[in-house]
Design a protein around this ligand. Sequence first.
Ligand code: NAD
Ligand code: UFG
Length: 341
Amino acid sequence: MAKILLAGGAGYIGSHTAVELLNAGYEVVAADNYCNSSPEAIRRVEEITGKPVQLYEADIRDSERLSQIFRENKIDAVIHFAGLKAVGESVKKPLMYYRNNIDTTLTLLETMQAADVRNIIFSSSATVYGEENPVPYKETMQRGVCTNPYGWTKAMMEQIFEDAARADPSLSVVLLRYFNPIGAHPSGRIGEDPLGIPNNLMPYVTQVAVGKRECLTIFGSDYPTKDGTCMRDYIHVVDLAKGHVKAVAYILQHSGTEVFNLGTGTPYSVTEIVETFERVNGIKVKHVYGDRRAGDLPEFYANADKAKALLGWQAEYTLDDMCRDAWNWQKQNPDGYRSSD
Ligand code: NAD
Ligand code: UFG
Protein backbone atom coordinates (compact mmCIF):
# COMPACT_ATOMS: atom_id res chain seq x y z
CA MET A 1 0.00 0.00 0.00
CA ALA A 2 1.14 3.53 -0.70
CA LYS A 3 3.04 5.54 1.92
CA ILE A 4 1.80 9.06 2.61
CA LEU A 5 3.75 11.89 4.28
CA LEU A 6 1.60 14.25 6.34
CA ALA A 7 3.43 17.59 6.73
CA GLY A 8 1.83 19.17 9.81
CA GLY A 9 0.34 15.76 10.57
CA ALA A 10 0.04 16.23 14.35
CA GLY A 11 -2.47 19.06 13.92
CA TYR A 12 -6.26 19.01 14.07
CA ILE A 13 -7.01 17.98 10.48
CA GLY A 14 -3.76 16.05 10.00
CA SER A 15 -4.37 13.73 12.96
CA HIS A 16 -7.92 12.93 11.82
CA THR A 17 -6.64 12.30 8.30
CA ALA A 18 -3.96 9.98 9.68
CA VAL A 19 -6.70 7.86 11.31
CA GLU A 20 -8.70 7.57 8.09
CA LEU A 21 -5.62 6.82 5.95
CA LEU A 22 -4.50 4.07 8.35
CA ASN A 23 -8.03 2.64 8.44
CA ALA A 24 -8.00 2.58 4.64
CA GLY A 25 -4.74 0.59 4.68
CA TYR A 26 -2.21 3.33 3.82
CA GLU A 27 1.10 3.72 5.63
CA VAL A 28 1.52 7.10 7.32
CA VAL A 29 4.62 9.18 8.01
CA ALA A 30 4.01 12.44 9.92
CA ALA A 31 6.31 15.44 10.27
CA ASP A 32 5.57 18.38 12.55
CA ASN A 33 7.42 20.99 14.59
CA TYR A 34 4.54 21.09 17.14
CA CYS A 35 4.26 24.87 16.97
CA ASN A 36 0.48 24.38 17.23
CA SER A 37 0.15 20.74 18.22
CA SER A 38 1.42 17.89 20.35
CA PRO A 39 2.98 14.50 19.56
CA GLU A 40 0.32 13.12 21.91
CA ALA A 41 -2.18 13.48 19.03
CA ILE A 42 -0.19 10.98 16.97
CA ARG A 43 0.14 8.62 19.93
CA ARG A 44 -3.64 8.62 20.12
CA VAL A 45 -3.97 8.09 16.37
CA GLU A 46 -1.96 4.88 16.93
CA GLU A 47 -4.18 3.98 19.87
CA ILE A 48 -7.41 4.48 17.84
CA THR A 49 -6.21 2.54 14.81
CA GLY A 50 -3.87 0.00 16.42
CA LYS A 51 -1.38 0.88 13.68
CA PRO A 52 1.99 2.67 13.82
CA VAL A 53 2.83 6.13 12.47
CA GLN A 54 6.42 7.02 11.64
CA LEU A 55 6.69 10.38 13.40
CA TYR A 56 9.40 13.00 12.82
CA GLU A 57 9.86 16.21 14.77
CA ALA A 58 10.73 18.46 11.86
CA ASP A 59 10.31 21.97 10.60
CA ILE A 60 8.99 21.70 7.06
CA ARG A 61 11.14 24.70 6.11
CA ASP A 62 14.26 22.62 6.90
CA SER A 63 15.25 21.08 3.58
CA GLU A 64 18.00 18.90 5.13
CA ARG A 65 15.53 17.32 7.50
CA LEU A 66 12.93 16.85 4.78
CA SER A 67 15.49 15.25 2.47
CA GLN A 68 16.34 12.85 5.28
CA ILE A 69 12.65 11.93 5.65
CA PHE A 70 12.41 11.31 1.91
CA ARG A 71 15.64 9.23 2.02
CA GLU A 72 14.35 7.08 4.88
CA ASN A 73 10.88 6.57 3.42
CA LYS A 74 9.69 5.89 -0.09
CA ILE A 75 6.87 8.43 -0.12
CA ASP A 76 4.12 8.10 -2.76
CA ALA A 77 2.25 11.30 -1.93
CA VAL A 78 2.52 14.26 0.44
CA ILE A 79 -0.38 16.03 2.14
CA HIS A 80 0.67 19.55 3.14
CA PHE A 81 -1.17 20.67 6.28
CA ALA A 82 1.75 22.57 7.81
CA GLY A 83 0.92 26.22 8.25
CA LEU A 84 -0.16 28.97 10.59
CA LYS A 85 -3.90 29.53 10.42
CA ALA A 86 -5.11 32.24 12.81
CA VAL A 87 -6.67 35.01 10.71
CA GLY A 88 -6.40 37.76 13.36
CA GLU A 89 -2.79 36.90 14.21
CA SER A 90 -1.91 37.03 10.51
CA VAL A 91 -3.06 40.66 10.40
CA LYS A 92 -0.74 41.51 13.33
CA LYS A 93 2.21 39.37 12.19
CA PRO A 94 1.98 39.19 8.40
CA LEU A 95 5.68 38.50 7.83
CA MET A 96 5.60 35.52 10.16
CA TYR A 97 2.65 34.13 8.19
CA TYR A 98 4.20 34.73 4.77
CA ARG A 99 7.55 33.31 5.94
CA ASN A 100 6.16 30.15 7.50
CA ASN A 101 3.40 29.30 5.06
CA ILE A 102 5.16 30.12 1.80
CA ASP A 103 8.51 28.68 2.92
CA THR A 104 7.01 25.33 3.96
CA THR A 105 5.45 25.07 0.50
CA LEU A 106 8.60 26.02 -1.42
CA THR A 107 10.81 23.72 0.64
CA LEU A 108 8.39 20.83 0.23
CA LEU A 109 8.20 21.30 -3.53
CA GLU A 110 11.97 21.61 -3.90
CA THR A 111 12.82 18.60 -1.77
CA MET A 112 10.06 16.53 -3.38
CA GLN A 113 11.54 17.31 -6.78
CA ALA A 114 15.01 16.26 -5.62
CA ALA A 115 13.60 13.05 -4.12
CA ASP A 116 11.42 12.35 -7.16
CA VAL A 117 8.15 12.45 -5.19
CA ARG A 118 5.49 13.47 -7.68
CA ASN A 119 2.16 13.87 -5.82
CA ILE A 120 1.06 16.61 -3.42
CA ILE A 121 -2.28 17.48 -1.87
CA PHE A 122 -2.60 20.92 -0.32
CA SER A 123 -4.80 22.27 2.51
CA SER A 124 -6.31 25.35 0.96
CA SER A 125 -9.30 27.29 2.17
CA ALA A 126 -12.61 28.70 1.01
CA THR A 127 -11.11 32.05 1.92
CA VAL A 128 -9.39 32.16 -1.52
CA TYR A 129 -12.78 32.86 -3.13
CA GLY A 130 -12.47 36.33 -1.62
CA GLU A 131 -15.30 38.80 -1.22
CA GLU A 132 -16.54 39.11 -4.78
CA ASN A 133 -17.71 35.65 -5.77
CA PRO A 134 -21.39 34.78 -5.32
CA VAL A 135 -22.37 31.79 -3.16
CA PRO A 136 -22.29 28.87 -3.45
CA TYR A 137 -18.61 28.85 -4.36
CA LYS A 138 -17.62 26.73 -7.36
CA GLU A 139 -14.12 25.61 -8.26
CA THR A 140 -14.44 27.24 -11.70
CA MET A 141 -14.64 30.72 -10.13
CA GLN A 142 -11.56 32.94 -10.12
CA ARG A 143 -9.76 33.41 -6.84
CA GLY A 144 -10.85 36.70 -5.28
CA VAL A 145 -9.36 39.47 -3.17
CA CYS A 146 -8.55 38.10 0.27
CA THR A 147 -9.27 40.08 3.44
CA ASN A 148 -6.18 39.13 5.44
CA PRO A 149 -2.57 37.87 5.11
CA TYR A 150 -3.53 34.30 6.06
CA GLY A 151 -5.95 34.19 3.14
CA TRP A 152 -3.33 35.68 0.84
CA THR A 153 -0.82 32.99 1.80
CA LYS A 154 -3.37 30.37 0.68
CA ALA A 155 -4.06 32.17 -2.60
CA MET A 156 -0.33 32.62 -3.26
CA MET A 157 0.43 29.01 -2.45
CA GLU A 158 -2.29 27.83 -4.83
CA GLN A 159 -0.61 29.94 -7.50
CA ILE A 160 2.82 28.46 -6.66
CA PHE A 161 1.46 24.92 -6.96
CA GLU A 162 -0.23 25.69 -10.27
CA ASP A 163 2.95 27.24 -11.71
CA ALA A 164 5.14 24.38 -10.47
CA ALA A 165 2.81 21.78 -12.01
CA ARG A 166 2.63 23.71 -15.28
CA ALA A 167 6.43 23.77 -15.50
CA ASP A 168 6.78 20.11 -14.55
CA PRO A 169 4.07 17.90 -16.07
CA SER A 170 5.20 14.95 -13.94
CA LEU A 171 4.07 16.83 -10.79
CA SER A 172 0.46 16.14 -9.72
CA VAL A 173 -1.33 18.60 -7.46
CA VAL A 174 -4.69 18.49 -5.69
CA LEU A 175 -5.82 21.71 -4.01
CA LEU A 176 -8.47 21.07 -1.37
CA ARG A 177 -10.48 24.11 -0.33
CA TYR A 178 -11.87 23.42 3.12
CA PHE A 179 -14.96 25.17 4.39
CA ASN A 180 -15.45 25.22 8.19
CA PRO A 181 -14.16 22.01 9.80
CA ILE A 182 -15.55 21.33 13.30
CA GLY A 183 -16.19 18.31 15.52
CA ALA A 184 -13.82 15.56 16.53
CA HIS A 185 -13.24 11.84 16.19
CA PRO A 186 -16.26 10.04 17.72
CA SER A 187 -13.93 8.27 20.19
CA GLY A 188 -13.24 11.63 21.86
CA ARG A 189 -9.49 10.82 21.83
CA ILE A 190 -8.42 13.38 19.21
CA GLY A 191 -9.89 16.79 18.46
CA GLU A 192 -9.18 20.49 18.07
CA ASP A 193 -6.81 21.83 20.73
CA PRO A 194 -6.30 25.57 20.30
CA LEU A 195 -3.60 27.32 22.29
CA GLY A 196 -4.97 30.22 24.32
CA ILE A 197 -8.24 31.94 23.50
CA PRO A 198 -9.92 30.18 20.57
CA ASN A 199 -10.38 32.21 17.39
CA ASN A 200 -12.94 29.88 15.88
CA LEU A 201 -16.56 29.40 16.84
CA MET A 202 -16.84 25.75 17.87
CA PRO A 203 -13.84 25.58 20.22
CA TYR A 204 -15.11 28.77 21.85
CA VAL A 205 -18.56 27.19 22.28
CA THR A 206 -17.11 24.02 23.83
CA GLN A 207 -14.85 26.00 26.17
CA VAL A 208 -17.81 28.02 27.43
CA ALA A 209 -19.77 24.79 27.89
CA VAL A 210 -16.94 23.20 29.91
CA GLY A 211 -16.55 26.33 32.07
CA LYS A 212 -13.16 27.52 30.77
CA ARG A 213 -14.66 30.70 29.26
CA GLU A 214 -17.39 32.85 30.69
CA CYS A 215 -19.52 33.71 27.70
CA LEU A 216 -19.55 33.44 23.91
CA THR A 217 -19.86 36.67 21.96
CA ILE A 218 -21.75 36.18 18.72
CA PHE A 219 -20.12 38.58 16.28
CA GLY A 220 -22.91 40.57 14.65
CA SER A 221 -26.67 40.10 14.56
CA ASP A 222 -27.50 42.51 11.74
CA TYR A 223 -26.19 40.58 8.73
CA PRO A 224 -28.53 40.09 5.77
CA THR A 225 -29.17 36.44 6.72
CA LYS A 226 -32.28 34.65 7.99
CA ASP A 227 -31.54 35.39 11.68
CA GLY A 228 -28.98 38.20 11.28
CA THR A 229 -25.93 36.07 12.19
CA CYS A 230 -23.27 34.82 9.73
CA MET A 231 -23.83 31.62 7.79
CA ARG A 232 -21.04 29.06 7.19
CA ASP A 233 -20.67 25.60 5.69
CA TYR A 234 -19.59 23.56 8.73
CA ILE A 235 -18.12 20.16 7.94
CA HIS A 236 -17.35 17.29 10.34
CA VAL A 237 -13.57 16.84 10.53
CA VAL A 238 -13.95 13.07 9.97
CA ASP A 239 -15.81 13.73 6.71
CA LEU A 240 -13.03 16.14 5.76
CA ALA A 241 -10.41 13.50 6.62
CA LYS A 242 -12.22 10.96 4.43
CA GLY A 243 -12.12 13.50 1.61
CA HIS A 244 -8.31 13.37 1.87
CA VAL A 245 -8.34 9.58 1.55
CA LYS A 246 -10.35 9.95 -1.67
CA ALA A 247 -7.97 12.66 -2.86
CA VAL A 248 -4.99 10.34 -2.27
CA ALA A 249 -6.62 7.59 -4.33
CA TYR A 250 -7.35 10.17 -7.02
CA ILE A 251 -3.87 11.72 -7.18
CA LEU A 252 -2.19 8.30 -7.42
CA GLN A 253 -4.21 7.72 -10.62
CA HIS A 254 -4.30 11.20 -12.22
CA SER A 255 -1.80 13.81 -13.30
CA GLY A 256 -2.18 17.59 -13.59
CA THR A 257 -3.70 20.05 -11.13
CA GLU A 258 -7.22 19.72 -9.75
CA VAL A 259 -9.13 21.86 -7.25
CA PHE A 260 -11.90 20.54 -4.99
CA ASN A 261 -14.19 22.18 -2.48
CA LEU A 262 -14.62 20.10 0.67
CA GLY A 263 -17.85 21.26 2.26
CA THR A 264 -21.37 19.99 2.81
CA GLY A 265 -23.10 22.56 0.62
CA THR A 266 -25.45 23.53 3.48
CA PRO A 267 -24.86 26.69 5.51
CA TYR A 268 -25.93 27.22 9.14
CA SER A 269 -26.02 30.43 11.14
CA VAL A 270 -24.04 31.08 14.32
CA THR A 271 -27.28 31.08 16.29
CA GLU A 272 -28.22 27.69 14.80
CA ILE A 273 -24.84 26.29 15.85
CA VAL A 274 -25.33 27.44 19.44
CA GLU A 275 -28.93 26.19 19.59
CA THR A 276 -28.03 22.82 18.05
CA PHE A 277 -25.10 22.39 20.44
CA GLU A 278 -27.38 23.13 23.42
CA ARG A 279 -30.12 20.78 22.24
CA VAL A 280 -27.92 17.83 21.26
CA ASN A 281 -25.78 17.95 24.39
CA GLY A 282 -28.39 19.14 26.89
CA ILE A 283 -26.13 21.93 28.11
CA LYS A 284 -26.49 25.71 28.09
CA VAL A 285 -23.92 27.91 26.36
CA LYS A 286 -24.00 31.43 27.78
CA HIS A 287 -23.87 33.90 24.90
CA VAL A 288 -24.38 37.55 24.05
CA TYR A 289 -24.72 39.33 20.72
CA GLY A 290 -21.88 41.77 20.03
CA ASP A 291 -20.39 43.82 17.23
CA ARG A 292 -19.40 42.39 13.89
CA ARG A 293 -15.86 41.00 13.60
CA ALA A 294 -13.78 42.81 10.97
CA GLY A 295 -13.37 40.83 7.76
CA ASP A 296 -16.26 38.38 8.27
CA LEU A 297 -18.44 37.72 5.24
CA PRO A 298 -22.19 37.38 5.84
CA GLU A 299 -22.43 33.96 4.22
CA PHE A 300 -20.40 31.42 2.27
CA TYR A 301 -20.83 27.77 1.44
CA ALA A 302 -19.65 25.21 -1.07
CA ASN A 303 -21.00 23.81 -4.24
CA ALA A 304 -19.81 20.29 -3.42
CA ASP A 305 -20.72 18.63 -6.73
CA LYS A 306 -17.21 18.29 -8.14
CA ALA A 307 -15.82 16.25 -5.23
CA LYS A 308 -18.84 13.97 -5.47
CA ALA A 309 -18.44 13.50 -9.23
CA LEU A 310 -14.65 13.06 -9.44
CA LEU A 311 -13.64 11.80 -6.00
CA GLY A 312 -16.82 9.89 -5.16
CA TRP A 313 -16.88 11.77 -1.85
CA GLN A 314 -19.61 13.63 -0.02
CA ALA A 315 -20.06 14.66 3.58
CA GLU A 316 -22.20 12.29 5.65
CA TYR A 317 -22.18 13.57 9.22
CA THR A 318 -24.97 15.92 10.34
CA LEU A 319 -24.70 19.12 12.35
CA ASP A 320 -26.02 17.15 15.35
CA ASP A 321 -23.06 14.74 14.94
CA MET A 322 -20.60 17.65 14.72
CA CYS A 323 -21.94 19.24 17.93
CA ARG A 324 -22.05 15.92 19.80
CA ASP A 325 -18.51 14.94 18.84
CA ALA A 326 -17.05 18.39 19.54
CA TRP A 327 -18.50 18.25 23.06
CA ASN A 328 -17.47 14.63 23.61
CA TRP A 329 -13.84 15.60 22.88
CA GLN A 330 -13.92 18.76 25.03
CA LYS A 331 -15.52 17.15 28.09
CA GLN A 332 -13.11 14.19 27.99
CA ASN A 333 -10.13 16.53 27.52
CA PRO A 334 -10.95 19.82 29.26
CA ASP A 335 -7.35 20.98 28.74
CA GLY A 336 -6.89 19.34 25.36
CA TYR A 337 -3.78 17.18 25.05
CA ARG A 338 -2.39 18.87 28.16
CA SER A 339 -4.99 16.90 30.16
CA SER A 340 -3.31 13.75 28.84
CA ASP A 341 -3.18 10.69 31.10
P1 NAD B 1 -3.32 22.95 12.98
O1 NAD B 1 -2.62 24.17 13.45
O2 NAD B 1 -3.97 22.10 13.99
O3 NAD B 1 -2.32 22.05 12.11
C1 NAD B 1 -1.24 22.59 11.40
C2 NAD B 1 -0.01 21.82 11.84
O4 NAD B 1 1.14 22.31 11.12
C3 NAD B 1 0.29 21.97 13.33
O5 NAD B 1 0.49 20.69 13.88
C4 NAD B 1 1.58 22.80 13.37
O6 NAD B 1 2.37 22.47 14.48
C5 NAD B 1 2.20 22.41 12.06
N1 NAD B 1 3.16 23.38 11.50
C6 NAD B 1 2.97 24.70 11.24
N2 NAD B 1 4.09 25.23 10.71
C7 NAD B 1 5.00 24.23 10.62
C8 NAD B 1 6.34 24.13 10.16
N3 NAD B 1 6.98 25.20 9.67
N4 NAD B 1 6.94 22.93 10.21
C9 NAD B 1 6.32 21.85 10.71
N5 NAD B 1 5.05 21.86 11.16
C10 NAD B 1 4.41 23.05 11.12
O7 NAD B 1 -4.37 23.40 11.87
P2 NAD B 1 -5.48 22.56 11.11
O8 NAD B 1 -6.79 23.11 11.48
O9 NAD B 1 -5.22 21.11 11.27
O10 NAD B 1 -5.18 23.02 9.64
C11 NAD B 1 -4.38 22.27 8.75
C12 NAD B 1 -4.24 23.05 7.47
O11 NAD B 1 -5.53 23.29 6.93
C13 NAD B 1 -3.58 24.42 7.63
O12 NAD B 1 -2.75 24.66 6.53
C14 NAD B 1 -4.75 25.36 7.63
O13 NAD B 1 -4.41 26.64 7.16
C15 NAD B 1 -5.70 24.67 6.67
N6 NAD B 1 -7.11 25.05 6.88
C16 NAD B 1 -7.67 24.92 8.11
C17 NAD B 1 -8.99 25.33 8.31
C18 NAD B 1 -9.63 25.23 9.68
O14 NAD B 1 -10.65 25.88 9.89
N7 NAD B 1 -9.11 24.42 10.60
C19 NAD B 1 -9.73 25.85 7.25
C20 NAD B 1 -9.13 25.97 6.00
C21 NAD B 1 -7.81 25.55 5.83
N1 UFG C 1 -17.91 33.62 15.61
C1 UFG C 1 -18.58 34.22 16.65
N2 UFG C 1 -17.96 34.23 17.87
C2 UFG C 1 -16.73 33.69 18.09
C3 UFG C 1 -16.06 33.08 16.98
C4 UFG C 1 -16.69 33.09 15.76
O1 UFG C 1 -19.68 34.71 16.50
O2 UFG C 1 -16.21 33.75 19.21
C5 UFG C 1 -18.58 33.60 14.30
C6 UFG C 1 -17.81 34.35 13.23
O3 UFG C 1 -18.14 35.71 13.24
C7 UFG C 1 -18.27 33.62 11.98
C8 UFG C 1 -18.55 32.19 12.44
O4 UFG C 1 -18.67 32.27 13.86
O5 UFG C 1 -19.47 34.19 11.54
C9 UFG C 1 -17.44 31.24 12.09
O6 UFG C 1 -16.23 31.81 12.54
P1 UFG C 1 -14.86 30.98 12.57
O7 UFG C 1 -13.81 31.90 13.10
O8 UFG C 1 -15.06 29.69 13.26
O9 UFG C 1 -14.61 30.65 11.04
P2 UFG C 1 -14.46 31.64 9.81
O10 UFG C 1 -15.58 31.33 8.88
O11 UFG C 1 -14.26 33.03 10.19
O12 UFG C 1 -13.03 31.19 9.27
C10 UFG C 1 -12.85 29.95 8.68
C11 UFG C 1 -11.45 29.40 8.94
C12 UFG C 1 -10.41 30.24 8.29
C13 UFG C 1 -10.74 30.55 6.87
C14 UFG C 1 -12.13 31.12 6.75
C15 UFG C 1 -12.52 31.34 5.35
O13 UFG C 1 -11.19 29.35 10.33
O14 UFG C 1 -9.20 29.48 8.29
O15 UFG C 1 -13.03 30.19 7.32
O16 UFG C 1 -12.41 30.12 4.65
F1 UFG C 1 -9.87 31.46 6.34
